[in-house]
Design a protein around this ligand. Structure first.
Ligand SMILES: [Cu+2]
Length: 205
């Protein structure tokens, strides 16, 4: 009996053992999968500890495009904007709280900007109107981007919190859908979102 109690205490202390994997699927009104939706889970009371992602915090300019189209970084991250083109670019964002401007700079030069507020920064180039990208600044480590099948997997999530789905063309106020969820202690959970996008080409900054 004493051994059993010790075992239970050990398991309870190991919070990770009680975290679940959450699959989120995002589809359109016709049920077709939607790619490039950014899904975050924020535990009530906020996430604790430093947030780090494995991918580079970088948006390059290459062939008159930004790469990647959507970059996810933790709040406070410094993002590099290397120019790999022969022409000059003038990168800016007018997004509230993450407004910035990197004046004209040329090939093989780079600039950086630190993003201090959670939210979305729509990025453009003053010279090339067709260049668009989005930087999603998050204050939770639980984030994913939907694949071609409309799915993403958030691992190690637990408890009650807010599930948020954002997409650059999402047709709703603030561009995001939010749902309160309570995750069961273990195993696999699933959430399903149906969203409506503005027609393709209807980009807005
Ligand atoms: Cu440009």
């Amino acid at each position: 009996m004493r051994a059993l109690i010790a075992f239970l205490i050990a398991v309870a202390a190991f919070g990770e053992a009680y975290a679940a994997d959450l699959t989120v699927r995002v589809v359109g009104p016709d049920g077709a999968p939607i790619e490039n939706a950014v899904v975050t889970f924020t535990p009530n009371g906020g996430a604790s500890g430093p947030i780090r992602f494995s991918w580079p915090y970088q948006v390059s300019q290459h062939n008159l495009q930004f790469d990647p189209y959507i970059l996810i970084v933790p709040v406070g991250a410094e993002v590099r904007f290397p120019n790999l083109d022969r022409v000059r670019h003038h990168v800016y964002s007018l997004s509230q709280a993450n407004r910035f401007e990197l004046e004209l700079y040329g090939r093989d030069e780079s600039r950086t900007h630190r993003f201090r507020q959670a939210g979305v920064a729509a990025i453009g180039c003053n010279i090339h109107d067709q260049m668009q990208a989005y930087i999603v600044i998050v204050d939770t480590p639980h984030v994913g981007r939907t694949n071609v099948g409309g799915s993403t997997l958030l691992t190690g999530v637990r408890g009650a919190g807010e599930l948020r789905v954002w997409h650059p063309q999402l047709r709703t106020r603030g561009g995001a859908m939010v749902r309160a969820v309570t995750l069961s202690p273990t195993g696999m959970a699933q959430e399903h979102f149906q969203i409506q996008l503005r027609s393709a080409g209807g980009h807005a900054h």
